[in-house]
Design a protein around this ligand. Structure first.
Ligand SMILES: NC(=O)CC[C@H](N)C(=O)O
Length: 426
């Protein structure tokens, strides 16, 4: 027997028999099977899917959920992201490798995905955790629904989870390792043990996301999206180390007049110097900066020979190369609403951030200047060292997603225009 539900948002299942055998367009049809005693059972189809996934956290808590995207079992570190928009850019940010991103914004999937918002060619994150998965998509650029997109990329997602409760737990206890599974054969105990036997600390994640051979990047920010171009003047040749670089960093550099060669994370410093660049960028990237000593050594070989700037992982590697220490934060910063004090510009920038580690400014040698401070917790958000032509930011001046306060136009604030290190260092 088949029933139709005409008002899916207000009722779970209407047991009124449908007068039509086939589903009407825009109606959600649920197949119910009458049991011998006349009680309907076995509701099996979306959008009233029953829980078919579990997220088991290392603290022993178990969160029943509904799956979308890929199926299977996956381990990762759970972090929460407070961005209201831009889930596709977040999904394709290579810095999330090894992590489950939990979105605090409850409604995800509403605008589907499109061709333009990719920040890399792949999704490297471990999975996506959300409150509510939109049952329809609506956007003029939409080419695909979020669930299909994730399934095609073999990325697991779960919805109908109490993301507020998990976020409060992460804020209180710090980032937690979790295991996501749709496999009924695995017991809770097995999943918990899996979470205890895995760690993200001390793992080199950048070699898994970096390109394998150098390439030239020419694409600029499309004119309809550009908000702050001052390019067209001097042309700078930049070598950009790809530790998990986001496309929008490259687009912003190109828009500001840079000719960019992107090189792999293990590209020798000597080869970079032979290319005689005007500046070198050390990009963002996933994981623990202390797990990639080869990258710190490579940064050391370049310091002082050419102006350099670093973003996020690049900033942390610079901090270490200068002799400083990095440490793991309690739950990090992930979102598009982080206030940062730009000390030199005497202004506050609302910034896009995604990091779990930070540079300890007290460990840095004399002469290194802290140029930016995160106003939520006072952590170091930017460094400069004029003697060696170094500037770096812990956050993401290219945003994507996020506010544009930290692009060019902020006087001596760090920006993606290569002019800043030169003006500053002159
Ligand atoms: N966005 C990034 O480069 C992240 C840096 C580093 N993986 C961290 O979590 O701190």
């Amino acid at each position: 027997m088949e029933f139709a539900v005409t008002n899916p948002s207000n009722c779970l299942i209407s047991l009124k028999p449908s007068t039509r055998a086939k589903p009407l367009k825009n109606l959600f049809t649920v197949k119910c099977y009458a049991s011998p005693d006349g009680v309907a059972s076995g509701v099996v189809e979306r959008p009233w899917k029953i829980s078919d996934a579990r997220l088991v956290l290392e603290d022993g808590s178990i969160w029943k959920a509904k799956s979308f995207g890929a199926r299977g079992t996956q381990v990762g570190e759970v972090v929460f992201n407070t961005s209201l928009t831009g889930y596709q850019e977040i999904l394709t940010d290579p810095s999330y490798a090894g992590q489950f991103v939990l979105m605090t914004n409850p409604h995800i999937g509403n605008t589907g995905v499109n061709f333009d918002d990719e920040e890399s060619n792949q999704c490297f994150l471990a999975g996506l955790v959300i409150r509510s998965l939109s049952i329809s998509t609506s956007n003029w650029r939409c080419t695909e629904a979020l669930g299909d997109y994730l399934a095609a990329r073999n990325i697991m997602g779960i919805y109908d989870v109490d993301t507020r409760a998990i976020t409060r737990r992460l804020r209180q206890d710090g980032s937690l390792i979790g295991v996501l599974s749709t496999e009924e054969s695995k017991t809770d105990k097995e999943l918990l043990e899996m979470s205890h036997s895995w760690d993200i600390v001390g793992v080199d994640l950048i070699s898994g996301v970096s390109c394998t051979a150098p390439y030239e990047w020419v694409d600029k920010t499309k004119p309809e999206w550009d908000f702050n171009t001052n390019g067209g003047g001097e042309v700078y040749r930049v070598v950009a180390y790809d530790f998990g670089i986001k496309h929008n960093i490259l687009r912003r550099l190109a828009s500001h007049g840079c000719k960019i060669t992107v090189v792999p994370s293990k590209w020798p410093a000597l080869e970079t110097l032979k290319m005689k660049p005007d500046g070198v960028l050390f990009s963002n990237g996933p994981g623990d900066p202390s797990a990639v000593p080869y990258a710190v050594e490579m940064v050391k070989e370049i310091l002082g020979k050419v102006p350099v700037f670093g973003i996020c992982m690049g900033h942390q590697l610079l901090g270490q190369a200068l002799g400083g220490k990095t440490f793991k934060m309690k739950f990090g910063h992930h979102g598009g609403n982080h206030p940062v004090r730009n000390i030199r510009g005497s202004r506050v920038e609302i910034s896009a951030q995604n990091h779990n580690y930070a540079v300890d400014p007290a460990s840095l040698p004399e002469g290194v200047e802290v140029t930016h401070i995160n106003l939520n917790d006072g952590s170091c958000a930017g460094l400069a060292y004029a003697q060696l032509n170094i500037m770096s930011l812990q956050y993401h001046p290219e945003a994507s997603p996020g506010p544009h306060d930290s692009d060019t136009g902020n006087s001596l604030s760090l920006s993606l225009s290569l002019s800043w290190p030169f003006h500053f260092c002159a």
